[in-house]
Design a protein around this ligand. Structure first.
Ligand code: KIV
Length: 265
């Protein structure tokens, strides 16, 4: 199999093949992930919680992201690798370009991910006009935790759902090439997935998105902060990390994950 690129992912969306995505932050897990045939690796700023032990993703720095992305890239072979733009690293288009430049040139990322809809459109346009591939992130945006007050489902009301749908379309128009939808009702996630041409990856968003992403430590059941209800513990059903990650890839591809119990109503 050749390297996964955005063209591969676009073709998978067009053909209705599910895309398997997982987070990784270091070389050893990345090796296991690669052996399991993962399509995409996300170096998520969730590392602030699962690796660094913070209460939120807010303390993560650009240097942290560069360091962990480089660890992943050193052994990554086939997967496409996306790196998160951390909190306060993309306040202006110019700052965002500097951050993305570091993540791609020093870290080696193939794409960067930015949380936010309408307020980020100018930045997304600025990056994509300058050959920086961008993945959007809508729904529950962990960098906004102190505005939200709690990690909870977003887009339940009609008005809020419409806003997220509008943001998704606008992000695509600004040049975003992928989208993560976190913790939104499955009907809304399905509608957004149909409305845009770019691959939509869900987490806590039901089974009708083009693919799924989970935080590695959550699906291995080794998080100290409690496992969200939309997560399945694949290590509990398998006898090694390698087998658990391979089972996750298979379950995404054959659509057995997420099941009804991993989906918000
Ligand atoms: O940081 C992260 O791991 C993420 C996923 C939860 C999508 O953004």
């Amino acid at each position: 199999m050749g390297k996964t690129t955005i063209s591969t992912l676009n073709r998978m969306k067009a053909e209705g093949q599910k895309i398997a995505v997982i987070t990784s932050y270091d070389a050893s897990f990345t090796q296991q992930i690669e052996q399991a045939g993962m399509d995409v690796i996300l170096v998520g700023d969730s590392l602030g919680m699962v690796v660094q032990g913070h209460e939120s993703t807010l303390p993560v720095t650009v240097s942290d992201m560069v360091y962990h992305t480089a660890n992943v890239m050193r052994v990554s072979e086939r997967a496409m690798v996306i790196a998160d733009m951390p909190f306060m690293s993309h306040g202006t288009p110019g700052q965002a370009l500097d951050t993305a430049g570091r993540l791609m040139k020093e870290g080696g990322a193939h794409m960067v991910k930015i949380e936010g809809g309408a307020p980020q459109l100018e930045t997304v346009q600025h990056l994509t006009d300058r050959a920086v591939p961008v993945c959007g992130h809508l729904g529950l945006m962990p960098q906004s935790i102190h505005q939200l007050g709690a990690y909870r489902v977003q887009g339940r009301g009609e008005h809020e759902g419409e806003r997220i749908l509008k943001d998704a379309v606008a992000l695509e128009e600004a040049g975003a090439q992928m989208l993560v939808l976190e913790c939104v009702p499955p009907i809304l996630a399905a509608e957004i997935t149909r409305a845009v041409n770019l691959p939509v990856i869900g987490i806590g968003a039901g089974g009708d998105t083009d693919g799924q992403v989970l935080v590695l430590y959550d699906m291995l059941g080794i998080t100290s902060q409690g496992t969200p209800s939309f997560v399945r513990n694949f290590l509990a059903e398998n006898d090694s990390v390698q087998a658990a990650i391979a089972a996750y890839v298979s379950a995404v591809k054959d659509r057995s994950f997420p099941a009804a119990e991993h989906t918000f109503s």
